[in-house]
Design a protein around this ligand. Sequence first.
Ligand SMILES: *Cc1c(COP(=O)(O)O)cnc(C)c1O
Length: 340
Amino acid sequence: MKKDIDWSNLGFGYIKADYRFVSNYKNGSWDDGTLTTDETVTINESAGVLQYAQTCFEGLKAYTTANGKVVCFRPDLNAQRMADSCKRLEMPVFPEDKFIEAVVKTVKANIDLVPPYGSGATLYIRPYMFASNAVIGVKPADEYQFRIFVTPVGPYFKGGAKPISLRVPDFDRAAPRGTGHVKAGLNYAMSLHAIVDAHNEGYNENMYLDSATRTNVEETGGANIIFVTKDNKVVTPKSATILPSITRRSLMYVAKHYLGLEVEERVIPFSEVKDFAECALCGTAAVLSPVGRVVNKNEEILFPSGMEKMGEISQKLYDTLTGIQMGRLDAPEGWIKVIE
Ligand SMILES: *Cc1c(COP(=O)(O)O)cnc(C)c1O
């Protein structure tokens, strides 16, 4: 029985689900893990996560497809990326096959919270890990907890996707050879001031430049960026300090193999942005959000696609990827993990 929820009017907030997955790492190994109804976490006041932010996370979605199956999208890439995050943060890797099993188990346990097809809502899945035992000296903890909770989220764009405005901030997101390429909580803690400041100034998001030279486009605080050239090439910034978005990698594949477009991943100087026809942000939450305007100090760039609707190529990319996700189009091998 589906829960009695007004799916189409859900927001993007936390709603307590019945079950979450918990596994503990102690004495050098992970336990089998279990589902629990307890949504609280009790840890020592000096836990590594509280003192030195030793934590990382993932985000993916489960949804109901056109033919009634509950699926999630490329969870193997989330498992892989979390393993990379853990290694960079000196945390123990939660085995990738066990990660996928745990995602499936958690979604199955909360199957009545997976929104129905056509509602626009999805079940957001949040795997995460944190250092749980007491540390005072600066060193990796010995004990960790891996958890997965789920929460239903509403359609990201109610009443259609309106293009947003970005600004180039005076703040940087990631240092060369730092942690920009892993999904560490610390990357978000330090982005909060920049995002609040952007909102106060009337912008939706920050477009970060590379911090070494401040000349090349990187990404926003929580989404990668794609551009479309005037001759319909899809380009995305290449940089070792960008978080490798699964949505962006999938969109680039779709552009090339489904839409027959030329694609390029390369360094993109900010000076080139004014020449693009379209710009969009990409990530799990919205899949693709059109950008209509970018402001860098006194320079204002208005993309030809305007402030009313998505650009033509962006729309095709969005329709094709969501078509694949929702089972309306054939997916590449291994992209769709059927849960039930
Ligand atoms: C999670 C995240 C993204 C989007 O990645 P997806 O796998 O597409 O959800 C982009 N940038 C940053 C900084 C992120 O943390």
